[in-house]
Design a protein around this ligand. Structure first.
Ligand code: F6R
Length: 608
């Protein structure tokens, strides 16, 4: 989604802002722009397309050194990705420049009012109402004008503003969309996400809803609702190198290979002397666990798929009924919740607008909420009473990989803890599962060693129009994630089906040579699965089997087979998804797709 980077200080604002925007490229965008305050004037450059287009124009036009600037990468919501609609936007007089993430919901009404007062609009964006409103609100104090304008805006947004009349100030305001201030010595920074700040400072302040920040070279002042407020400084420990490609061709490939480390960091600290420590970490004590009547998991996309695995595990281990909901559906359905429900919110970024709304709804209905997130200081983390952090480190590629497997590890730990505390999982089984869980990073390493063969499988699928993924039980949940990965980065149509469900309609689409990826990790379902695979092979399908069952089970069932290491079926999803991530990656590369920044997609979806 859109990115914001801003700077005030002695360095070249152009360089810092462009560097910041480059570090936010992973969020997905379709146009880019920046404004610099130089020689008492605002200089604007903005273009549809990649940052390189903007950089080309800047170099051609020779903007030169300036010490105050703000830039933006736009992911179109209102108006097509064109030069005109790119940010910053500047009102009629060109005295203010505004960049904005999020959506101004009442922009049409504001635009009508402003037009009736003589303002002329240049773009089709919702954002452009802001500089026009600033023209009316400004009386020599930029912070006061932004605060006044913010009162008129509805929706979720983060904005950064500079004024031609004020070369010493950069103002930022947050309402539901993330914005982070980076604190320096004689210089200050702002950005919509932490990676943009990493080369310059580790001292950050995460703005809360309604916070206004006034940045000068001397410092940053924070206000909320007209009152000056003190903010907590958060020290970011993320390593800058962790946000670089580190020798890999793509962030996605690097992140797939980081999974053993990410899993180790997520699992090991939570297992102490053969027991989990979630009772202390997220308050899942015996009393709490026995008072829970139902579990509701809410998330989007890949995180939702992690929730589906969680449902299966929690139901099996803790004998609790679990519902899993897509956050964008949940929030408008007037969900029936009960204070005895445990609501598990899963979000890598912790900023997904729909997931955040679901969290707020669960809190409003007084449920116990546990959030699983990867980002310390994110909105989900700050608003949840209990947070289980995945230790994936920064995930830059749009397609989620290490966040997903660490989310699986987190839900597995919760299921084991709930099962133990409720007496529905024997200590012996829990001990075995925890000990196996500690082996998972090594098993993922084993799968990664098969990358060359997995690439061969991917090349067989790469030119197909449509690929099916089938499995039963937990394998079906993982198949959904495998299909999503293939769709989003290779643009091959892919569908995941519960293998037993194919015959109820979808089998009509299986024709000679249709590729079908078949998962075999659920030993108790393997015979059923064999029949389901026979059925697609009888229709001429090409079958690509992922299996850790005895080789004889699948010997006559595959065109190609990826062997998976042996593991308890309850833990198999964490390992089984890895070859599917690699298949999607290699197929996308073979098709020449922009793997890390797939078309139309954004990393952190902060709009509805
Ligand atoms: C797909 C993907 C998305 C996200 C979804 C939720 O690879 O990454 O489906 O999982 O947008 O994002 P978070 O987890 O940040 O809430």
């Amino acid at each position: 989604m859109c990115g914001i980077a801003g700077y005030i200080g002695a360095r070249s604002a152009q360089e810092v802002v462009l560097d910041g925007l480059r570090r936010l490229e992973y969020r997905g965008y379709d146009s880019a722009g920046l404004v610099l305050h130089k020689n008492g004037k605002l200089h604007l450059e903005k273009y549809a397309g990649r940052l390189s287009v903007l950089e080309g124009h800047i170099h051609k036009n020779g903007l030169g050194a300036a010490h105050l600037g703000v830039g933006h990468t736009r992911w179109a919501t209102h108006g097509a990705p064109t030069d005109k609609n790119a940010h910053p936007h500047m009102g009629c007089g060109g005295k203010f420049a505004v960049v904005h993430n999020g959506i101004i919901e009442n922009y049409a009404k504001l635009r009508g009012e402003l037009r009736s007062r003589g303002h002329e609009f240049y773009s089709e964006t919702d954002t452009e109402v802001i500089p026009h409103l600033l023209e009316e609100a400004y009386e020599g104090d930029l912070g006061a004008a932004v605060a006044k304008v913010a009162k008129r805006l509805q929706g979720a947004y983060a904005i950064a503003v500079v004024a031609e009349d004020d070369p010493h100030t950069l103002v930022a305001y947050r309402q539901y969309s993330p914005l982070i201030i980076g604190l320096g010595e004689g210089e200050n920074f702002l950005a919509s996400d932490i990676p943009a700040l990493l080369p310059y400072t580790r001292r950050t302040v995460v703005l809360e809803d309604g916070d206004l920040a006034i940045l000068t070279t001397e410092g940053v002042r924070f206000f909320n609702d007209g009152e000056q407020v003190e903010k907590k400084i958060l020290h970011v420990t993320w390593d800058e190198v962790a946000a670089e490609k580190g020798g890999f061709s793509h962030f996605m490939l690097k992140e797939i290979h980081e999974q053993p480390r990410a899993l180790r960091d997520t699992i090991s600290p939570r297992i102490i002397a053969g027991r989990t420590n979630l009772a202390t970490e997220i308050g899942l004590t015996k009393e709490v666990a026995s008072s829970i009547r139902r579990v509701v998991v809410v998330a989007c996309g890949t995180a939702y798929h992690a929730g589906l695995v969680g449902k299966n595990l929690i139901e099996q281990m803790a004998r609790l009924s679990v519902e899993v909901d897509i956050a964008s559906e949940f929030r408008y359905r007037e969900p029936v919740l009960d204070p005895e429900d445990l609501v598990i919110i899963i979000s890598q970024s912790g900023e997904t607008a729909d997931t955040l709304a679901a969290l707020r709804e669960a809190k409003r209905q007084k449920c116990r909420v546990v959030a699983i997130t990867n980002v310390v200081g994110s909105s989900v983390a700050r608003e949840s009473e209990h947070v289980l952090y995945t230790m994936a480190g920064p995930e830059i590629a749009v397609a989620s990989t290490k966040a997903y497997t660490t989310q699986l590890a987190a839900v597995t730990l919760i299921a084991i803890e709930l099962g133990l505390a409720r007496g529905t999982l024997s200590s012996a089984k829990a001990e075995q599962l925890l000990s196996d869980l500690l082996q998972i990073p090594a098993l993922v390493e084993e799968v990664l060693l098969q990358s060359d063969y997995i690439r061969d499988v991917a090349l067989c699928l790469a030119q197909s129009e449509s690929v099916f993924f089938i499995g039963r039980g937990l394998d079906y949940s993982v198949a959904l994630e495998g299909a999503l990965k293939l769709k989003e980065i290779s643009y091959i149509h892919a569908e995941a089906y519960a293998a037993g469900e194919l015959k109820h309609g979808t089998l009509a689409l299986i024709t000679p040579n249709t590729p079908v990826v078949c998962l075999f990790t659920q030993t108790h379902l393997q015979e059923k699965m064999v029949s389901n695979v026979e059925v697609v092979r009888a229709r001429g399908a090409k079958t690509f089997v992922l299996s850790n069952c005895h080789p004889q089970v699948t010997a006559s069932l595959h065109d190609m087979e990826i062997r998976l290491p042996a593991i308890d079926p309850l833990l198999a999803p964490i390992v089984a998804v890895v070859p599917m991530q690699l298949i999607a990656f290699f197929a996308a590369v073979a098709r020449g797709a922009d793997v890390d920044k797939p078309r139309n997609l954004a990393k952190s979806v902060t709009v509805e």
